[in-house]
Design a protein around this ligand. Structure first.
Ligand code: AHM
Ligand code: MG
Length: 336
């Protein structure tokens, strides 16, 4: 079976659909190359002195791991000189990183969670890099945080790389979802799934059950009904998975279906949720919708939300369409 590379896929997208400008193609290739470098660091583990915590905290007050910082630097260095970007924003940086004057400025904005699943780094469980691409829509000179505050439906591309038993890059440019596996001998990304589809129904949910007592009633109701199994209202038994790396949980859902939830909870009642809208929820929602699934914050489609700040948080329900609709219905019934 002949397989195509990431470069070939992007060139074909450019030729056929026309929604793949050269700058966007370059951008995706550079991000993919940076992920290869991050994968090398991840694989070295203790031998490369990349495990454990750094001394710093990020803007959300979380202690940064060494790999959080390494991955962030790799992505910045790889992307700032190519002429395809105007600025970058990262979960690990307080404010945006404007492309320095010594380099040409491009028309795209890149957002990333450089190392998602930080709590899994030291225990050798799958982690990843999540990225989202927007176009700078204003013609003004210079770039500011406001340029980034666009709803997720305006993303030009999104994806993630999961550093697991295999290193896999998952991508959408708005024309379905494709997966590439890193061929380590060749050093190239080889397409291994050309048309990812999430089944509409599932018997598998992913949520951190230890927070159960803090959930809102609609979430509690949904999970209670799943747990009641074949003798409950759903009349089927459910299975549960929780990796605690969103990349790994979403990867499973893109592979075999399921529903993923990180809802609002009463531990921090003033925060909409734990996950970040622009670095985690938006790119994952774009991928999941492109694969035929759904993604809401309980009541609203995630991709419709206009962010009011860079590090905004959001509740997340995503995956198999019928389950996401059910959870959303339960929330709307309560609100109404
Ligand atoms: P991170 O970006 O700091 O790693 O945090 C995000 C992660 C997600 O990958 C995962 O779904 C969630 O946090 C797990 O949270 P918890 O440890 O509360 O279960
Ligand atoms: Mg992170």
């Amino acid at each position: 079976m002949s397989r195509i590379s990431l470069t070939q896929y992007l060139v074909e997208q450019q030729r056929s659909g026309g929604h793949m400008p050269a700058q966007l193609r370059l951008l995706i290739e550079v991000v993919a190359r940076a992920c290869k470098r991050i994968a090398i660091s991840v694989n070295k583990g203790a031998l490369g002195d990349v495990l454990g915590s750094a001394v710093s905290e990020n803007v959300q007050g979380e202690v940064q791991k060494k790999l959080d910082i390494i991955a962030n630097e790799v992505l910045i260095e790889a992307n700032e000189w190519g002429g395809h970007l105007a600025a970058m924003a990262s979960e690990e940086m307080d404010s945006i990183h404007v492309v320095p004057n010594r380099f040409p400025q491009g028309e795209y904005l890149l957002l990333f969670d450089p190392l998602d699943g930080s709590s899994n780094i030291d225990v050798n469980v799958s982690i990843g890099t999540i990225f989202s691409v927007l176009r700078k829509v204003t013609n003004t000179r210079g770039v500011s945080e406001e340029d980034f505050l666009q709803p997720g439906k305006q993303q030009a591309a999104a994806g993630y790389c999961v550093y697991g038993p295999q290193t896999t890059l998952v991508l959408t440019v708005g024309d379905g979802v494709v997966m590439f596996t890193l061929d380590r001998e060749m050093g190239s990304w080889v397409m291994t799934e050309s048309e990812v589809k999430i089944p509409a129904d599932t018997k598998e949910f992913a949520i951190n059950m230890s927070n159960m007592r803090h959930w809102a009633p609609p979430v509690r109701r949904y999970i209670d009904e799943c747990l009641a199994g074949s003798t409950g209202p759903r009349e089927k038994d459910f299975n549960m998975r929780w990796v605690a790396s969103m990349v790994a949980d979403v990867h499973r859902i893109l592979t075999r279906g399921g529903v993923f939830m990180y809802p609002w909870d009463a531990r921090e009642p003033n925060k909409a949720g734990k996950l970040r809208l622009m670095y985690e929820a938006n790119p994952m929602a774009f991928l999941v919708e492109q694969a035929g699934g759904g993604a809401t914050d309980g009541t609203r489609r995630i991709l419709d939300i206009t962010p009011s700040k860079l590090h905004e948080r959001v509740a997340v329900v995503l995956g198999s369409k019928n389950e996401v609709e059910r959870v959303t219905q339960y929330h709307l019934q309560q609100a109404g």
